[in-house]
Write a new protein. Sequence first.
Length: 415
Amino acid sequence: MIALVDCNNFYVSCERLFDPTLIGRPTVVLSNNDGCIVARSEEVKSLGIQMGKPVFQIQSELRKHKVAIRSSNYTLYADMSRRVMKTLGRFSPEVENYSIDEAFLNLDGISDLAEHCHRMREEVIRWTGIPVSVGIAPSKTLAKVANKHAKHTGDGVLSLADKGDQAKALRRTSIHDLWGVGRRYARMLMKNGFKHALDLREADDKWVLKRMTIVGLKMVHELRGIPCIELTLKPPPKKSLIKSCSFGRTLSALGDLEEAVSVYASGVAERLRQQDSLARTITVFLMTNRFQTEHPHYATSATMSFLSSTDDTSVFVQHGLVLLRQIFRRDQRYLKAGVILDAIESRGREQLGLFDPKHESSARLMQAMDGVNQQFGANTIRVGSCGDRQEWKMKRRLLSRRFTTRWDELLHVQT
């Protein structure tokens, strides 16, 4: 049996955990540069405010209902996610961290599944303060369905171990809400008379294979309680890594863009080392605001390959700045930049040239830098071209404190 644990309205729950005045009050969390709504409390959902809505379009509605607004605090959310996942590990030796707020657990060998999951849910709340819902089923797809309906039960736990319960839950699940069914497949299935997940479970295998490939057939078998999707306990290393973000304001000065590219190259290099990989190719891209009317939209990029693969931050920064200067145009005002690493391979499997040295000193330097930054905080040691002020960073005017990761931002409790 498999359980899917999903944190309820995770970003909002993190904000409420350290600001109790938000409990019971309609609350939303915004995307980068405070643009769109990416998380909503149940009170906001009941108002009919849609996910992804640009906040500037509904300012009057938000004020009318006294909705609390917060900028995305990714540092806080990532740390709270780590704490939730660590707590879940106490209840299963096999935990797949599916996303920042979801995890699949292998519950094989547990005799009383419901009681086990209730204890798990209570301990997550006790240890982290984050409310979760738990769906239990024989397959991951059915566990997704169970979790969706568990959110509307009184105790937050729903088991679909019984075939009859599975059929009832699938009958109440729209095709559009089924895990693995995107918009294109949903339209196709609706045209062919499939309205609910139960309809798809009863579909002919040959028809599904023809119209939805082997991936769709696996999903149908999962709906029948036949597990086809294994737990991914250790995600495979990514073949491409990207670090980019829209700026808080448009930039036209080369110096500002050099800071941004240095920061992005440093960040993506750190992620490369975290998955114990090396990269042979780097790409830098720039783009202006596609919605501007004064000038035509401008987007450009440049790519460079190295003689041998590397994970050295200084190498990526150095060559990233070379590429930036090649594509930079002074007559443009840029809204976004990014760095992409490609041709990624696992460490120890890299192909060296005949005269390529083993860069042992570089490896020791990167290991030392990562160790210091992990112990004393991100960017304790960084490349000088990253700068100090970084006034181009994205707008987060309504950002809460990093309560769990910064000594100077800890919660103050008055007695």
